[in-house]
Design a protein around this ligand. Sequence first.
Ligand SMILES: Nc1nc2c(ncn2[C@@H]2O[C@H](COP(=O)(O)OP(=O)(O)OP(=O)(O)O)[C@@H](O)[C@H]2O)c(=O)[nH]1
Length: 160
Amino acid sequence: KSLYAMTEIVQARIFKIIVIGDSNVGKTCLTYRFCGGAFLKNPEATIGVDFRERTLQLDGESIKLQIWDTAGQERFRKSMVEHYYRSVHAVIFVYDMTSLSSFESLPEWIDECTRHSCKGGCCNCEEKCAIMSEFTKLQQIFQETSQFLLNLSVQPQHAF
Ligand SMILES: Nc1nc2c(ncn2[C@@H]2O[C@H](COP(=O)(O)OP(=O)(O)OP(=O)(O)O)[C@@H](O)[C@H]2O)c(=O)[nH]1
């Protein structure tokens, strides 16, 4: 029985997830927190990539998520882009709800994703259309609420 249990541990499925988006949108904070850490008040800009891991139980199966926290700044990511997308299982696009420009950058990130994923044969036009359609829905929500979101501040010098 213990041999069977060991085999199960060895065979725990690993999923590679990359986290993509403009610089300073909170990718490091999000992934750090998701992987068990506290909220980082003063994170440093990511250079290349930082790796994090979290193991989840899903329907009785142990699943290991290998999270790639990627760099948002072009100069810190350009030599890494191919590696980000190689054999990736899922992509998380992150934007800052208080930054319209970070939201408006999403189509570029989606484009980058489809360009690289298509090389590996794992992304097709249908998938891109599905992502873009989600983006359009989000865009509508953002447009309807952006004034509120952009003006919202809890800092003492701002009224809200
Ligand atoms: N208020 C608030 N601030 C956040 C949140 N998440 C991140 N921040 C702040 O946003 C800033 C940038 O966070 P990072 O996680 O370093 O951003 P990043 O996207 O990883 O940046 P790069 O490494 O340059 O790509 C930091 O000052 C964080 O404290 C959040 O949920 N709420």
